[in-house]
Write a protein that binds this ligand. Sequence first.
Ligand code: DGY
Length: 332
Amino acid sequence: MNYSIFVTRSIPEAGIEVLKKSCASVDINQHDRVLSKSELIEKVTGRTGVLCTISDTIDVEIMNAASNVKGFANYGVGYNNIDVVAATVRNIMVSNTPGVLTDATADLAWALLFAAARRIAESDAYFRKGAWKGWGPMQFLGADITGKTLGIAGAGRIGENMALKSKGFGMTVLYASRHENTRMEQELGARRVALEELLKKSDFISLHVPLTDKTRHYIGPREFGLMKPSAILINTSRGPVIDETALVKTLREKRIAAAGLDVYEDEPMPKPGLTDLANVVCAPHLGSATQETRTRMAVMAAENLIAMIQGKVPPNLVNPEVVPRFPEGGPH
Ligand code: DGY
């Protein structure tokens, strides 16, 4: 019970309640912003555990300051913000929140796909500024979705859910992935292809790969060159998966039709020129942002953290390599 926890941002109360039941001290960042490195170092010092978010950089400096911390519970499924290797060598556990945000993130990918295909953001802006003078046969013509080809890059939970939701639209589904996804193939009729083929044949391309050294700029000038001029690119994974400067150029020159983005290379800043373009729909990293999903994430992250500080294996451990090194009774 003598546990001292730091929570780097305000999260739904249900998660805080879970923490308070087991911990003597739960300190929450009261600013509605990401803490600076020095603020974070000060806050993690002497803590037993930290509940952090995808915008906190948890690197070696933070871990050195957090010498009593038994675990970092990330509030998010992606954990590229945490130096997991550095955590593992220090026997610090890291957890994430998989599964609970799958539907919400795939739903947002679909929302961006619809918005980009049917030019919703662009026509909403036109309507709001009072420019609309009445119905017109050639106004804001977009693209059909039903019966088209959807290319999904990354066949994990969210990519698979994207494929599942395409069934109502009678789409042909291609996917590119390091691993075969038999459920996608057998139950959803998806076909695994090389990325090149997916880029050449898809009308809509939706990215669902994690950010790693291998997927940084996974989509760049060469890949844009393979896409159809009518292609629409959707990204709800991580910004650096796309070379955003090359995307701006490609969209400006109308070498693909449009993009729907939830994530950016240098969040929160878009690359120069991105927001001047009419053929891009931009959401501010809202993939998991529903009341229900964020509440489930808060509880899940809190439960992971409680397990870690008690020296138990949390339900969503991302560095299982630390477990065999636990001395009997716990990691420290
Ligand atoms: C995640 O969980 O990785 C999402 O990007 C958070 O919204």
